[in-house]
Design a protein around this ligand. Structure first.
Ligand code: AMP
Length: 187
């Protein structure tokens, strides 16, 4: 893959967050997770955190303008020679368009999009097991998150596929197996 930033995508329960953190540990790479940024705001009790929590606790997406504004701020801290792995962003078509615009302004671009694929039954089983630990993982909220993904984020997958940027990576097997496949796809 030619140098540039990378978008990591995958349905809830695909292991996307775990994989993004592993990739971010590699020299020269920076991990930007909008979910982590929202949770940080919430811990710090900022107005943005409180606003985001109203959506997150219901399994819904935070409005695009809020999410894009937060990413725009975070990008100010990124050096030119660093490569970014976006985790959980963009999740809607307007976010994908905003990202292209933002990266263009910064002289950057999306070099590739990696989609971690896990079939629906396996996802349901994983989400049921995950259960505790995350307030937004109750069965009801997990179902909602999955539906919202299908409705709003599948079109983003199709968008990147049409642009010829999408690479599908099977999400089955151990964390290390999946990580090795992602590394290979990154080239
Ligand atoms: P995550 O940790 O990526 O699963 O994100 C947790 C929650 O944060 C999501 O269920 C959404 O409520 C919110 N969130 C994270 N990223 C975005 C985004 N790109 N757009 C809108 N909401 C988001």
């Amino acid at each position: 893959m030619v140098p540039g930033d990378v978008v990591l995508m995958g349905p809830p329960g695909s292991g996307k967050g775990t994989q993004a953190k592993l990739s971010a540990g590699e020299p020269g790479w920076v991990h930007i997770s909008t979910g982590d940024l929202f949770r940080k705001h919430l811990r710090e009790g900022t107005p943005l955190g409180r606003l985001a929590d109203g959506y997150m606790s219901k399994g819904r997406y935070v409005p695009d303008d809020v999410t894009v504004g937060m990413v725009r701020e975070r990008m100010r801290e990124i050096r030119r020679d660093e490569r970014v792995v976006f985790d959980g962003f963009p999740r809607t078509i307007p976010q994908a368009e905003a990202l292209e615009k933002l990266l263009g302004e910064l002289g950057r671009r999306v070099a590739g999009v990696l989609l971690i694929e896990v079939d629906r039954e396996e996802l349901a089983a994983r989400l049921a097991r995950r259960g505790e630990g995350r307030a937004d993982d109750s069965p009801e909220v997990a179902r909602k998150r999955f539906d919202v993904y299908q409705e709003q984020t599948r079109p983003v997958v199709d968008h990147y596929e049409r642009k010829g940027l999408l690479r599908r990576v099977p999400g089955v097997g151990s964390v290390e197996d999946v990580h090795a496949r992602l590394r290979a796809a990154l080239g």
